[in-house]
Design a binder for this molecule. Structure first.
Ligand code: ZN
Length: 222
């Protein structure tokens, strides 16, 4: 099994945060500690959502110092805005050996969108990010971790090779749908150690598989 660990913002945000977002901004010390504790484990994969400027200012240097790589999922609609990565920054991440995926355009949950707006998020955002980094973009991270049967079906049809959720469960290495654990501001290395690597009861494992299965097959909300 694989443990996918996801970061959002590190340090001080340089833009106005969305409601409930502050809990996903972590101190630089916690970031460094998490990399030291988990970063070089062969069963741990790292990713960054939202395309905050801290990805390049603090995220990348921490990875490079340790010889680690990660996948970055910027929001295409925020490229070049204050506090967010620019297109050149996304290119720099790609050149540094990082994977560039898509987190869509506007950070609206894809489940809530009609077919036209969903395609803008899945097609237009991917094009913008691909133009920025000069290579194909074929992985996606679901905004706010929300999905259903229609969203996953569209992602498959459009050729996305891997899709990341926020379902807080281990992932099968080769699986198309990859649950992740988001690091939160009140986490510590000890709390993450327990949650990520501690013993998982059969009940807990069955429950997390059931949640992912239910979300994968549930119909669109309307
Ligand atoms: Zn996000």
């Amino acid at each position: 099994m694989i443990i996918n660990v996801c970061f959002h913002g590190i340090g001080n945000p340089q833009r106005e945060l969305e409601p409930d977002e502050a809990g996903y901004w972590i101190e630089p010390e916690l970031y460094e500690d998490v990399l030291d504790r988990f970063g070089s484990r062969p069963d741990v994969r790292l990713s960054f959502d939202d395309g905050n400027a801290s990805d390049l200012e603090l995220g990348l240097p921490g990875l490079l110092r340790r010889g680690l790589t990660a996948a970055f999922f910027p929001l295409a609609g925020r490229l070049g805005r204050p506090g967010s990565l620019s297109a050149a920054d996304v290119d720099a991440l790609g050149r540094a050996g990082m994977i560039i995926g898509s987190h869509g355009l506007t950070h609206r949950p894809w489940r809530d969108l009609d077919d036209h707006d969903l395609d803008r998020e899945l097609i237009d955002a991917r094009e913008l990010l691909s133009d920025a980094c000069g290579r194909p973009v074929n992985e996606a991270a679901l905004p706010l971790g929300r999905y259903d049967r229609r969203v996953l079906g569209r992602l498959r049809t459009l050729g996305y090779r891997r899709v990341f959720t926020s379902d807080r469960a281990p992932a099968s290495a080769g699986s198309w749908l990859q649950p992740r654990y988001s690091v939160r501001s009140d986490d510590t290395v000890a709390s993450l150690n327990r949650e990520l690597l501690g013993p998982r009861s059969l009940t807990r494992r069955a429950r997390s598989r059931a949640v992912t299965f239910y979300k994968s097959i549930r119909p669109a909300p309307r």
